[in-house]
Structures are given as structure tokens and as C-alpha cells.
Design a protein around this ligand. Structure first.
Ligand code: F3S
Length: 395
């Protein structure tokens, strides 16, 4: 591959992997079972990114393993309904076409593990979306570093990744214990816990893998929320949760224990909520992309009602197709809310369109304020829906 015998794009891809492996001291390459590529929204890629993708496609690049995409900047089939500009849509379509020419499955979602890209325990993968990497490593027990867009694409085109970091058993041990002895009823609570622990990790360069004790139960949706938040605030690619994640019993427990208190969660929640917001004008659920169970709940809450805010419900296309079949989409759309597949409230080009976002996601709060300069309000899942209905949208 490196000699160019398998084409220009494959050579470029292998050059990227060799450079990365050299930097990190990898001794070999590993075959990967699947890839998830980030850097899909034209809002992030720009013309330079589109040019790179076209070069790789023209150079004969073809994905050799199951490869899916992170969210794009719009709903690919229904971008007009989200108020996306036609010029942006044309560029975004070119990005998707370039990936399709490379044999990449153009399912644009940050929860590929809900829609067919599901690695099993111990499998080596090369994923790029930080929340999905954290979920795959921790909840599924797969092995992935947090790839960048180009290195994930390089892994897709070669079927390989350098053996370093999370791929090596010795790098997966927990380094610090967090004791959480109280109830975490909602997705938002798990997201806020991810912020509290993530902030601690950020302040200490020597620890990046937490071991969490005391959490008695956690649903798939809560774990995806926690993974997103821990990766965002703590840069973590892996956590272990006692009796919940599959590797938690395999390692010696770290000596250092930090107790997390309910009060710390309250403080973190207040940090994610701008107290001066009078009137939120944007509501979104689906960071990370929603499961069908969550969409069913939204449909139940919206049945026969009308929203009074712009409300985006973001998910992967296959999940939306199930929602279509079950009648959830019809119920949601009848209320005036929008199911936005393939995209999300962070990667869509909406900076300047809204002033304040209501969400249940600690990660969405981080990027909505950092990237889009929105004010933010974090609320429990059901209350976010009530906010869209005009019921209690102040902090
Ligand atoms: Fe997914 Fe967008 Fe959140 S990519 S994790 S919904 S910021």
C-alpha cells in the first residue's frame, strides 16, 4: 500500500497511518473491523476538506471495512425544512457524494452503535466521534483511539490502524476512582456527572481513565449521554463503571478515591444554564443522536399538542425510518416539531439564527455556547419537550 501499488489514495492513507504510528511509537498495524469518520459537515470541512475528500475519491480510495459517517450539516433528504441555505446544501451533497464514491455507507450519525455499526467486545475499530469512541470502548468493550477525520478515513481505505493507545491492554487500566452514592434519574444527570468527572480529569494531566463506583443502574441512553459528556469535558476515551461496563472487574481499583456529591451536580447544572435567558428560541433533543425509545417518548409527549418554539429532534436516518413506520414522525410533525435526521444542533450551520438553546445534553451546551454562541439551558428530557410547548422555558 505504501509503495503505491494499490493506488494513489491508498498510498496517501497509509502514509497518514505510518506517520501517526511513528509519532506514537506503534510497533505494528492492526486490522480494524469498522470505521466511523468524522468531519462530515461542510460547516466544519469547508472547501479545503471537500477538496481533500475529492482527491481521495479520484485517487481510487475505497473503504475496505464497514465505514459510516458522523452527522452532516443538514438533513440530507429534508434540508429545506431546517432552513438550510441552498449553496450550503449543494456543497454538503458533494461531501456526501465523495464519501459514497469511496464505498463509505452514508449513514450520518454519532450513534453508529444504534444503527448497524456495532463492534463487539475486544474488536479493534477506528472511530472518530468522541462520544461514540467513549461508548464503544467503555460500554461495548471495543478498542478505539479517538481518530481525527483524516486518520479515520485512512483506516477505512486500508482496513488498518496503528497499534497504540486504547488498542493496547496495558493502557486501559483505570487511574482514579469516583464514588457516586446517589440517584441519577435522567439522561441530563448522567451528562452533568460526565461534566463533573470530566472537569476533574481535565485539571489533572496524569489521569484520563476514571473508574466509577456507586451507580446502580444506567440505561443505554444514559450511558450515551455520560460518554458524550465525559469525552467533551474530560477528553476521556474510556471509563469503567462498576457492575455496568464489561471491563470494570478486570483491573485493580485505583487507590485514589474522589467522592462526588449531589451538590457538585447542582453547581455543574447551574454552570450549563445561563441565568439571564428570558426567552429560549431553540429547543433540541438528540445529542448524541436519539434512540427509537427516546423518539417514542417525545411522540407520546407531543401527541395532539402544538410546539411554540423551533424544536429539532436529531437522530440517525435508520432510526427515523423506524419512527416513520411507527407513526411517531407523523405525530411529531403534526405538533410542528421537526425530526432532523443526519445532522444535529451543533454541526448544522445555524450560528446567529438563535439566541438560546434548551437541551438535556451537557455536550450540546458546551458546543452551542462555544461554537454557535447560543445561551443554554439544561433540563431533564421531558421538560425539554415541555419547553418546546411553551411550558416553563426559563432557567
Ligand atoms: Fe452527536 Fe452532534 Fe452531539 S455529533 S454527540 S449530536 S454534538
Amino acid at each position: 500500500m505504501l509503495a503505491g501499488e494499490q493506488g494513489r489514495a491508498t498510498r496517501k492513507a497509509m502514509e497518514i497511518l505510518v506517520a501517526l504510528g511513528t509519532i506514537y511509537g506503534a510497533e505494528k498495524l492492526l486490522p480494524v473491523a469498522s470505521v466511523q469518520v468524522a468531519g462530515v459537515s461542510y460547516d466544519n470541512l469547508g472547501d479545503a476538506g471537500l477538496h481533500f475528500l475529492n482527491e481521495m475519491a479520484q485517487g481510487g480510495g475505497k473503504a475496505r471495512v464497514l465505514t459510516t459517517l458522523n452527522p452532516a450539516g443538514m438533513d440530507i433528504e429534508n434540508w429545506q425544512a431546517l432552513g438550510i441555505d441552498a449553496d450550503f446544501a449543494a456543497k454538503q451533497e458533494k461531501v456526501i457524494e465523495a464519501f459514497a464514491r469511496m464505498n463509505v455507507i452514508t449513514n450520518c450519525t454519532c450513534t453508529p452503535y444504534l444503527t448497524g455499526n456495532v463492534p463487539h467486545f475486544g474488536e479493534h475499530i477506528a472511530w472518530a466521534e468522541s462520544s461514540a469512541v467513549c461508548y464503544a470502548n467503555s460500554v461495548l468493550g471495543a478498542r478505539s483511539n479517538r481518530e481525527g477525520g483524516p486518520s479515520a478515513l485512512a483506516a477505512a481505505l486500508t482496513g488498518r490502524t496503528p497499534a497504540y493507545g486504547m488498542h493496547l491492554e496495558q493502557n486501559r487500566s483505570p487511574q482514579i476512582t469516583f464514588q457516586v452514592d446517589f440517584d441519577l434519574p435522567g439522561n441530563d444527570d448522567f451528562g452533568v456527572l460526565g461534566k463533573v468527572i470530566g472537569d476533574q480529569l481535565q485539571s489533572r494531566a496524569e489521569v484520563s481513565i476514571p473508574y466509577i463506583r456507586g451507580v446502580v443502574r444506567a440505561s443505554l441512553e444514559q450511558l450515551k449521554s455520560f460518554s458524550a459528556s465525559l469525552a467533551t469535558y474530560g477528553g476521556a476515551a474510556l471509563f469503567h463503571m462498576e457492575s455496568i461496563t464489561p471491563e470494570a472487574g478486570r483491573f485493580e481499583l485505583p487507590d485514589e478515591v474522589i467522592a462526588v456529591s449531589p451538590g457538585e451536580l447542582e453547581v455543574a447544572k447551574s454552570q450549563l444554564t445561563d441565568s439571564e435567558v428570558n426567552e429560549a428560541d431553540f429547543v433540541s433533543l438528540g445529542c448524541p443522536h436519539l434512540s427509537i425509545k427516546e423518539i417514542a417518548r417525545i411522540a407520546e409527549l407531543l401527541e395532539g399538542k402544538q410546539v411554540v418554539k423551533e424544536f429539532w429532534i436529531t437522530t440517525g436516518r435508520p432510526t427515523k425510518q423506524i419512527a416513520d413506520r411507527m407513526g411517531y414522525t407523523a405525530t411529531i410533525e403534526a405538533s410542528g416539531a421537526k425530526i432532523a435526521a443526519d445532522t444535529c444542533c451543533v454541526v448544522a450551520p445555524i450560528k446567529g439564527r438563535f439566541t438560546a438553546l434548551v437541551t438535556d445534553s451537557a455536550k450540546a451546551c458546551y458546543y452551542a455556547s462555544g461554537k454557535n454562541q447560543f445561551q443554554t439551558i439544561i433540563k431533564p428530557f421531558d421538560e425539554v419537550v415541555y419547553a418546546a410547548l411553551g411550558e416553563g422555558c426559563a432557567p
